[in-house]
Design a protein around this ligand. Structure first.
Ligand SMILES: [Zn+2]
Length: 498
């Protein structure tokens, strides 16, 4: 297999075993420049319960607790522990948590599910965005992943080889889109548009199939930006475009070019240009702007909201506008508890509720919500908030307009997020009170649409003719699964040799 070079493989080696390698994080993980919030009281209770249940079930299966947590039954046990603390939000049977064989059969039954993750990241080899490393060190210090503690070179875990491993080998993801972020400072782009293009070519060449898609980042208002669009259309042929209305999200103090999606003078020539080239997907980062960020950069708040989405969508019905993070405000240093309080007091959550109301208000059907961070930052911390957000997005945008994205690998391999959505259900009291429809079975129509069918339609991806079942990634994953003792539970399961 030549998916990774000898040099890259050499640098990947199994991590030291973690002190508590929980199947799902019992602590929220940071993303971008943000630090993880401290473990909540409820998460502490989940962790304590998980240790007890883990010991019981491990003994029953003749395994160590550590070994048990690497099995599908260990994952099921984690959701059972969460149900005990948060209420019955996750579909998990007793037999599944208690028996490795029962759980393995279920996991294998779902492993072939078509999962298309249109929101993934890695960083360029010469990145100097060490704040990501600081964030990872804090994740280690906070205790949920001790493998990160004292490991100074973990920036390598945010680069291509580990991205490939965590997406395609450690998870059931079938197709991934490489995203990115631009900056006023050229060196601080996560990846240049050329790099995203080259990585897509590499994956697809190695796989022999179309496993990988790529964004091109656009920075409206920067000098020469429309010429760059012309060049990218011809030379790089991106699968879709992505922009940040707050301008430079990575270096907010430098941000001098924020923009509105409905700015006729600035943006409409761009929409016209890409439509002429046959491109119909524009992804826009919104939300992730808690009060702590607002205090430092108050002038960018209007751009983080979704006030500009409705009119742009109405004026450009041929373009699909995918709002990344579904404009969820309470991540990136915010707190899911604040989001839950807001929901319980008002029935709304900033600014996801505003997004969900756009189709009705503007009479449009070309607005979509991506689940990057909004799902990860709520599902293990406040699963009731997660259920509420899913309910309002499906109700307002439609089940065919909610899009699977995980923002991996900022939060490690996405398998725990996949497992969580497969099992999550909206509590009946919440369904009744807010008119939310149930999400249904892991392979039912709603979740099948969200996990991949919606993006497949949007990207004109022919699942049945893609040939994924017999390509070289499938062969590599079979080897990988066969070699190991089961799923790696370390969110950064392979670390660079020290
Ligand atoms: Zn992202």
């Amino acid at each position: 297999m030549t998916m990774l070079s000898r040099d890259e493989l050499e640098r990947l080696s199994p991590a030291e075993e973690a002190a508590f390698p929980s199947p799902v994080p019992t602590q929220v993980v940071s993303s971008d420049e943000f630090f993880p919030i401290p473990q909540t009281e409820k998460q502490k209770r989940v962790e304590a319960r998980l240790k007890v249940l883990g010991d019981e079930n491990a003994r029953r299966n003749g395994l160590s607790r550590r070994g048990f947590f690497k099995t599908a039954a260990g994952m099921a046990t984690a959701f059972a522990a969460m149900n005990e603390v948060f209420g019955p939000l996750y579909d998990v049977g007793r037999a599944e948590a208690a028996s490795v064989d029962v759980a393995q059969a279920r996991a294998q039954g779902l492993a072939g599910q078509f999962i298309m993750d249109v929101h993934t990241h890695f960083l360029r080899d010469d990145t100097r965005l060490m704040n990501f490393v600081r964030a990872r060190e804090n994740v280690g210090k906070a205790g949920w992943n001790p493998a990160l503690v004292g490991n100074a070179q973990t920036i390598d875990d945010l680069k291509y080889p580990n991205w490939f491993k965590e997406i395609f080998l450690d998870s059931d993801t079938k197709v991934a889109l490489i995203s990115g972020s631009g900056s006023e400072e050229p060196r601080d782009w996560f990846l240049t548009n050329e790099m995203k293009h080259a990585a897509r070519a590499r994956v697809n060449r190695d796989a022999g199939t179309r496993r990988c898609l790529a964004h091109a980042i656009v920075m409206p208002g920067m000098p020469g930006w429309l010429d760059e669009v012309d060049r990218v259309i011809v030379e790089l042929k991106p699968d879709s475009w992505k922009g940040y209305t707050v301008g430079d999200n990575t270096n907010k103090p430098l941000s001098r070019h924020p923009w509105r999606m409905d700015d006729e003078k600035l943006l409409y020539p761009f929409y016209e240009k890409i439509l002429k080239a046959g491109h119909t997907i524009v992804c826009v980062h919104k939300g992730l702007y808690p009060p702590s960020t607002e205090r430092n950069f108050p002038h960018l708040v209007p751009y983080a909201k979704v006030d500009d989405v409705g009119r742009a969508a109405k004026d450009w019905p041929e373009i699909n506008f995918v709002i990344y993070h579904s404009a969820y405000r309470w991540a990136a240093g915010g707190n899911a508890a604040d989001g839950l309080r807001q929901f319980e007091e008002t029935g709304r959550v900033e600014w996801t509720s505003d997004l969900a109301e756009i189709p009705e208000k503007f009479g449009v059907s070309n607005v979509y919500g991506d689940l990057g961070q909004i799902f990860a930052q709520t599902t293990v911390v406040e699963p009731r908030l997660c259920a509420a957000l899913m309910g309002m997005l499906v109700k307002g945008l439609g089940a065919d307009h909610v899009i699977w994205g995980t923002d991996a690998v900022w939060t490690g391999a996405p398998q725990w997020q996949i497992e969580a959505l497969r099992r999550l259900e909206i509590p009946e009291d919440m369904q009744r009170k807010h008119g939310f429809a149930p999400l249904g079975a892991a392979d039912g129509p709603v979740k099948t649409a969200i996990f991949g069918a919606n993006s497949a339609t949007m990207y004109k991806y022919d699942i049945r003719r893609a040939g994924l079942e017999t390509d070289r990634v499938t062969a590599l994953k079979a080897d990988y699964d066969g070699a190991g003792p089961g799923r790696s539970n370390l969110r950064y399961g392979y670390v660079v040799k020290g």
